[in-house]
Design a protein. Structure first.
Length: 210
């Protein structure tokens, strides 16, 4: 298989690979919104375990926002891509400004998606962390670092598709990586989906409420 029809189909295939975690009381699925939520919803439903979200914001290079100089996770954990910051000589002032802006956006999304619902305790839990794919891995690295601070029993990263080198790096940070499609010929996550349309805030809310 070299492509998924859409995120839902990818989630069902991923769920199949994660059946060992079904019906276990200490397992929780955490999705990286927005694109990870439809994938994670199918997994959580199939495994019969709770679903929540873990929000991470990319820290984009000023003027080249699509390029990540780091990432910021819920709880304030930050991971930097030092080589990007060095090679572009980005000032501390510029970095601080981006962090400030993205912190606001992260809090807005958390309120928008979760309302005032308290975040579940993750201590001694097995976390299955899900996104719709891994490109640079910056957002996942920030999420993993932040989640380890919550003292879980283990962290499993599960994604439908990943670039080979990045997937090895991510696998070395967690207890297990589950990925049905690992590829060398990687340009963007979207190229491995027939339908990769943007997941909306409304969809995220609906899936979380279900």
């Amino acid at each position: 298989m070299d492509k998924y029809p859409n995120r839902q189909a990818a989630g069902k295939i991923l769920a199949h690979a994660l059946q060992a975690y079904a019906n276990r009381p200490n397992v929780i699925v955490l999705a990286l919104p927005r694109g990870g939520v439809p994938v994670a919803f199918e997994v959580a439903k199939s495994l019969n375990v709770p679903l929540d979200i873990f929000i991470v914001r990319k820290l984009g290079v000023p003027g080249h926002e699509e390029l990540a100089m780091g990432a910021l996770a819920m709880g304030g954990t930050i991971v930097f891509n030092d080589d990007v910051i060095k090679s572009l000589s980005i000032s501390k002032q510029a970095i601080d400004h981006v962090i400030q802006e993205e912190t606001k956006e992260l809090q807005r999304r958390e309120l928008n998606y979760r309302g005032q619902k308290p975040f579940p305790t993750l201590r001694e839990k097995t976390i299955i962390l899900i996104d719709d794919g891994i490109a640079t891995g910056a957002t996942l690295r920030a999420a993993i670092k932040a989640l380890y601070q919550q003292k879980p029993a283990s962290i499993v990263v599960a994604v439908p598709v990943a670039e080979r080198t990045t997937s090895k790096k991510i696998a070395s940070l967690v207890n297990k990586l589950v990925c049905p499609l690992i590829t060398d010929d990687f340009y963007a996550v979207g190229q491995y989906y027939d339908d990769f349309s943007q997941t909306t805030d409304e969809e995220v809310r609906v899936l979380l409420n279900q």
